[in-house]
Design a protein around this ligand. Structure first.
Ligand code: CA
Length: 398
């Protein structure tokens, strides 16, 4: 037994322990040993004259995010460990912190006071002369108690000396009635014969033992406020007042029966006219589309691109020549002239241009560009000008 007790002490750590630095412990591994940092410490390796040397340093759990303190707690770093402490206004073990109640958090009765209890927890306590849980406190004693000691009178009452009872008692203020602890406003005795408070479209009449306001005929209301009666319109489910091209249907949103024009007709149900809008009638040309026109808030037929018309009839568009009136353009010697097919006194025809010494023949026009071309055989060139004769120029030289 002596040997066995010695064997542990005589293991590798017997010598090795002295080589382990502060905050570390020796761990045996077979015939060898190893220095291991104690819990809460970690190795810091640094270069030494003898090579690499390891020391064990405290882990700062607070700054390294290894703590489990509550959001409303502060973390305190300690050698080898850490601690959590709830912030001011919070209580708990630091891992769990709850807001500490204050007197402001409680809704004590007006006749109660708030104190901090033995655990620092606030408590409502009824004031002297009152009893209850602190949230509802009632006066102890009752009517007849001297109201100078505890004023339990209503807010519409005062504590007065009652000569009959020979003590101070609560007494309702003028205009209020009650025992002084509970006072209610006295009802105004003024009826319309005194107060003259009926609506201008009402009369004050004596009825069933009292004066009351009554609206004049043609008006409805309580007599103090009267409004003109509006004639109740006949509902179409009682009397058929709808247009022949309409049906009487129940409108659940308005909670009443309403006339509604049949499909293909538009109107308020009392007057319906045939709709020509293409969303109800397919009346567009086959080369048109029914589109919604936001400017007129209507559906309208619109000819497809390349077609023109009102949408109900669309024609293929063709490149229309730009003829300037119905006239004949011709050359005569040095001149180009324009002559209407039906000359009048005001429009007898005109000289378009004259080029000196030219002999113009073979006049033709480019109606797309509005040009007139002709040959000047005297100069052996082809010339060009605008329809009105302006910008006359040689187009092709000889
Ligand atoms: Ca620590």
């Amino acid at each position: 037994s002596k040997l066995t007790s010695h064997s542990t002490v005589e293991g590798p750590c017997r010598q090795g322990s002295s080589q382990c630095g502060p905050n570390s412990k020796c761990v045996e591994e077979g015939d060898n040993f190893r220095c291991v940092c104690e819990q809460g410490y970690e190795y810091l390796y640094e270069d030494d004259v003898n090579g690499e040397k390891a020391t064990c340093l405290d882990i700062n759990e607070c700054t390294s995010g290894r703590d489990n303190c509550h959001l409303y707690a502060e973390c305190v770093n300690l050698p080898g460990s850490f601690a959590c402490r709830c912030l001011l206004g919070y209580s708990g073990n630091g891992v769990n912190c709850e807001r500490t109640l204050t007197c402001n958090d409680l809704n004590c009765d007006a006749n109660a006071e708030c104190d901090l209890g033995p655990n620092g927890i606030p408590v409502c306590r009824c004031k002297a002369g009152f009893e209850g849980d602190g949230y509802v406190c009632q006066h102890v004693g009752g009517i007849g108690e001297d109201c100078r000691i505890v004023n339990y009178c209503d807010s519409h009452a005062s504590c007065n000396f009652n000569p009959t009872a020979q003590k101070f008692q609560c007494q309702c203020n003028p205009g209020y009635t009650g025992d002084g602890v509970v006072c209610i406003e006295e009802e105004s005795p003024s009826t319309c014969d005194v107060a003259n408070n009926c609506d201008e479209n009402a009369l004050c009449v004596y009825q069933y033992g009292e004066y009351v306001c009554e609206c004049n005929s043609g008006f409805s209301g309580d007599g103090y406020k009267c409004v003109p009666e509006t004639p109740v319109p006949v509902s179409c489910n009682i009397e058929n007042i709808c247009h022949p091209q309409a049906l009487c249907v129940f409108d659940s949103s308005a909670d009443e029966y309403k006339c509604r024009c049949n499909a293909g007709f538009v109107g308020d149900g009392y007057q319906c006219t045939q709709s020509h809008e293409c969303n109800t009638v397919e009346n567009c040309d086959r080369n048109a589309q029914c589109t919604y026109d936001s400017s007129s808030n209507r559906y309208q037929c619109k000819c497809n691109p390349g077609y023109s018309g009102d949408g109900k009839s669309c024609q293929l568009e063709e490149a229309t020549p730009k003829f300037e009136g119905e006239s004949l353009l011709f050359a005569q010697g040095m001149s180009l002239l324009q002559m209407p097919f039906n000359p009048t006194r005001n429009n007898p025809g005109k000289l378009v241009l004259m080029e000196p010494y030219q002999t113009a023949i073979g006049v033709t026009t480019d109606c797309q560009k509005g040009h007139v071309y002709w040959t000047d055989v005297a100069h052996r060139v082809i010339r060009r000008a605008n329809y009105d004769g302006s910008n006359s120029e040689v187009f092709i030289k000889k």
